[in-house]
Design a protein around this ligand. Sequence first.
Ligand code: SF4
Length: 371
Amino acid sequence: MSNIRGLYIHVPFCIRKCAYCDFYSLAGQLGLVERYVEAVLSECRAYTGVPFRTLYLGGGTPSLLGDENLRKLIYGLRQCLDLSGLAEATIEVNPESATVQLLETTREMGIDRLSVGVQSLSDYELESVGRIHRAAQAIETLRRARKLGFRTVSADLIIGLPGQEWETLRMGLETLTGLGIEHLSLYCLSVEEGTPLAASPPGDLLSDDAQAELFDQASRFLERHAFIHYEISNFALKGHECLHNLNYWRGGEYLGLGPAAASHYHGKRFNNRPDFHAYLGNPAGQREGVEELGVQAKAAEEAMLRLRLLSEGLNTGELAARFGYENVQDLFGRLDEMATAGALVYDGSSYRLIPSRVLTSNPIFCRVLSS
Ligand code: SF4
């Protein structure tokens, strides 16, 4: 499925900031959830009747909306936008706030994909980066999700947590696959400037090489359990790939609502200011950074995104047909040089990253984007 349009809602609430987090989210503003929902519904009125094929509630912590506000939000979105052709609807939840009632409401509102912020099944690792849930809560959330009949249950795991070893990670993966998840996102811990983790890094933080080794072992484990490594950080059983994110990587359109949400809509890229209180005051007036890429820059960006898709890769015929051969000629030259140097694989129609080297693909992306 290509050329679909996705709807993303950024829910910026968290109970407490995790030590490594540099996403736009706020701790301790839960008294404003209701006003936030009203603001999103007001922002969406500018798009009345627009059809979307996927819906993704991300954050932050969408499960902090609570069942009543979640119901109000989804109901309001359905009233305003055309969500009659939704092929997938996802909500991210964290184990400490994914109550039975919230999960039941989620199913009732037609959400069929649950993404659980498990992060680790070791309490030591969770505590060491300030996560407030415990492994047992994550397992309970996944069990509940199974009983409620979500089409796809996904878990996020972090590679490179302080003191992490293959044995603990392997046991976590055994438990998750045993619980029947169909999708897993594996993210490497990165120490971002300005976070508490950067200010006081624990002594048992893993080196980049140790992270890469764990990532490789985890990938091999998942592949032995029938998971397809379909994107750099994402693994899925066949038919359970995330359609909403696939649309990003295929260069499709998406609209983001909520503070700090990014959009690629009607050929333009823009985002809402990361300012929660300004958003509540004037939800429709937060757009900034509007950018319309030229054809060659657009083709290079799409090539970079498509290279992230390890199984699909970047099909040169399709890219040339979309952007015109004259606009991709230089880009193909750069890709060809990288394939000759052994950094990419080319099979006569598509370029692909080398799966064992995905964690070091940044220089390849920089070269793709350079003109
Ligand atoms: S729960 Fe997620 S968004 Fe919130 S602080 Fe932790 S990592 Fe950041």
